[in-house]
Design a protein around this ligand. Structure first.
Ligand code: BTN
Length: 323
């Protein structure tokens, strides 16, 4: 698309300026066509000034994700070879599962600016207003089904470390897969799987990060325990930079995990805020209270109950209790 090419050329120009004539020459189109595409970019929210004898220059960009920007400089091996960006979908996870069953290659990334039916864990809704990140990755790991929870732990490690690198805040993991900053949730992960009796066929790894949305758009029931990265960092976060870093960190950790889980589990333990704490875990059937002792090789939480017995918990909501 000429519009995107014009944008790239203007961004790459050293002085920031390129004249209509230069753009027309580089692209092999007329100056009138250049002008029309400039108007289109303005219509999308770009601020573009036209200075006599210097040309066009970008002065501001809308807070919209762009496929080109996401792919530029990504340098991943598996993730993001295909990137599909949508203004609105029902759920990127649902779409990823559909595309995976139709043969979408491993590493396909599906991103949406908003979701109308975003899904959370345990059948909850994931409210998805503009300004955040909602995306899902198609994975086809050569792993037995019972190892699938390790992928969520691996993803939590990748997201927490990417947030630390790009936003300068101390992101931590609460078992199994919530990312917290200052004790409040900023990101959730939802893994859906299609499997044969003992092998994983494909996985949709869904990630929702509350980045720049206004705090008052958080649902009232989670305002106490959730926050956004912008609120914690005290500045607006560049979503493209964060998304790229998450994809890079996921790409490298995924490769490591397929070789051996030890390194990823070690990193998870370093970043987690659950182990060593007294917790209450509410699952579908019961609520247990005890000391979180560690995680096993399938990602289950090892809980020491007050009677001294050990329980391995595969799923549930953890509340960290006061010491
Ligand atoms: C949680 O309950 O903590 C998990 C939330 C996961 C939300 C993400 S947003 C992108 C992807 N698409 C969905 O419908 N859900 C996940």
């Amino acid at each position: 698309m000429y519009k995107d090419k014009i944008l790239n050329l203007l961004r790459q120009s050293r002085s920031g300026f390129l004249s209509g004539e230069e753009l027309a020459m580089k692209l092999g189109i007329s100056r009138t066509m250049v002008w029309k595409h400039i108007k289109r970019l303005e219509g999308e929210g770009f601020g573009i000034e036209a200075v006599p004898s210097q040309g066009y220059r970008i002065t501001s960009a809308p807070d919209l994700l762009r496929q080109d920007d996401i792919k530029r400089g990504l340098k991943t091996r598996t993730l993001g070879k295909e990137v599909h960006l949508h203004a609105e979908v029902v759920s990127t996870n649902t779409l990823a599962m559909e595309m995976a069953s139709k043969g979408a290659p491993e590493g396909t990334v599906l991103i949406a600016e908003t979701q109308t039916g975003g899904k959370g864990r345990l059948g909850r809704k994931w409210i998805s207003p503009k300004g955040n990140l909602y995306f899902s990755v198609v994975l086809r790991p050569d792993l037995p089904t019972h190892k699938a929870p390790l992928l969520t732990l691996m993803a939590a490690v990748a997201v927490a470390s990417a947030i630390r690198k790009t936003c300068g805040v101390q992101a931590a993991i609460k078992w199994p897969n919530d990312i917290l900053v200052s004790g409040k949730k900023v990101c959730g992960l939802l893994t859906e799987m299609s499997a044969e009796p003992d092998r994983i066929r494909h996985i949709a790894l869904g990630i929702g990060v509350d980045v720049n949305m206004p705090l008052d758009e958080l649902p009232p029931e989670v305002r106490e325990c959730a926050t956004t990265l912008a609120a914690e960092a005290g500045k607006k976060i560049d979503r493209t930079t964060l998304l790229q870093q998450i994809l890079r960190d996921l790409d490298s950790r995924y490769r490591v995990l397929l070789q051996s889980e030890a390194e990823v589990l070690e990193e998870w333990e370093e970043l987690n805020v659950t182990i060593g704490r007294r917790v209450s875990v509410s699952g579908a059937r019961e609520t247990l209270e005890g000391l979180a002792q560690g995680i096993d090789h399938e990602g289950r939480l090892i809980l020491k109950l007050d009677d001294g017995s050990l329980r391995q918990v595969a799923a549930g909501d953890v509340t960290i209790l006061k010491r």
